[in-house]
Design a protein. Structure first.
Length: 366
């Protein structure tokens, strides 16, 4: 069992910099938790606290309800995989994977069994006699994973482990890491700034910004119901489109207005926003939440195509509407031209509404 709990944890450095502020988080036994955010948000600091590589300056860090603030790294049952692989260049794959067990003086037969079991699971059995310099980036990362696996830790920590790999290899390695978690039945804590990794791998995601947690939830919760404008903008490719405007009452309830543009809400949102007429808001429209039929005239964007961006199975278009540039996803088979006028119906139910200036999502925080 490996439940990890942060109780009002903070991290302050001698120069006064606050890397983490009042973190309250319970990482459940055997879950795959992803810490997501931009550089400098505190995610690696959080991971290093679990590993014992960073000192807790405020609050309590607990493993299975036992405080470990003062427990040194080598006495915590954790294994860590770094971005840099950190393999010994003069040792072969077998020796790299076995190194930690040898240092702990495990019996030879037990070391051999664990190394070969890990190599089998990671499909690197045929590489055991090679040295790191003879391996590809993906193979070296599998060796680093194997070295952590053989320790059979209670907690598996990963700090940006795929950032040095090319795009295609990252996809296959994500699948390998997901399968590894399912087979090991161990708590995984994973740090990344890559939204695709977070959405693919996580049971839950913790979105962080400047040392403060912005939202904790399942990938679906985070993407479909972002707590605020920052979270909404951080997830999505291309990023969500924002339009600033005001709520107005059109007699049937509130609508969004920006100059001549009017966008109607679905009934549930209209009810939720009742009484807010006159409030300045930002509307969020995800790239995929439009259609070209333009049947919903009360919730429609009309504008000029400014760019065409084919991306394999999809096509993104830049559209200038309501004096703002936006990007949307349309069918690949659709033939469009730059300069053409288009009308796009917006899915009313999927409109996000953020207050100004705090940026809270009014549909999830009312």
């Amino acid at each position: 069992m490996a439940k990890i709990e942060f109780r009002q944890v903070g991290k302050r450095y001698a120069n006064g910099h606050v890397a983490l502020e009042n973190l309250n988080l319970e990482i459940r036994d055997k879950e795959f938790l992803v810490l997501l955010g931009p550089s400098g948000c505190g995610k690696s600091t959080t991971l290093n606290m679990i590993a014992g590589l960073e000192e807790v300056t405020d609050g309590s860090l607990c493993f299975d309800d036992v405080e470990v603030n003062g427990v040194p790294a080598h006495k915590r049952d954790v294994a860590m995989v770094f971005q840099s692989y950190a393999l010994y260049p003069h040792k072969n794959v077998y020796e790299n994977i076995a190194f930690g067990l040898k240092m702990r003086k495990y019996p030879h037969d037990q070391i051999d069994a664990r190394v070969r079991e890990a190599a089998r699971a990671l499909e690197i059995e045929h590489l055991l006699e090679r040295r790191p310099g003879q391996l590809s980036g993906g193979q070296r990362q599998r060796v680093a994973l194997g070295r952590a696996m053989v320790r059979q830790p209670a907690v598996f920590l990963m700090d940006e482990p795929l950032s040095n790999l090319d795009a295609a290899l990252r996809v296959s390695m994500r699948a390998s890491i997901k399968a590894l978690h399912q087979s090991m039945q161990t708590t995984f804590v994973y740090v990344t700034h890559d939204q695709a990794e977070a959405l693919t791998l996580a049971d839950r995601i913790v979105v962080m910004r400047e040392g403060v947690v912005q939202q904790i939830g399942s990938p679906d919760d985070i993407y479909e119901r972002p707590a605020n404008r920052f979270v909404a903008n951080f997830l999505g490719s291309p990023p969500i489109n924002f339009l600033d405007g005001v709520l107005q009452d059109d007699g049937d309830g509130v609508v969004f207005r920006r100059g001549d543009l009017s966008l109607a809400f679905d009934d549930a949102t209209r009810t939720m926003l009742a009484g807010r007429a006159g409030q300045p808001v930002s509307i969020g429209i995800r790239a995929e939440d439009v259609s070209e039929d333009a049947e919903d005239a009360a919730c429609c964007l009309v504008g000029e195509v400014t760019s065409l961006l084919p991306v394999g199975s999809d096509q993104f278009i830049g559209v200038r509407s309501a004096e703002q540039s936006m990007f949307f996803r349309v069918g690949k088979e659709r033939t469009l031209r730059v300069g053409e006028r288009v009308a796009l119906s917006v899915n009313r139910a999927r409109l996000h509404v953020f207050d100004q200036p705090e940026g809270r999502n009014l549909k999830v925080s009312h």
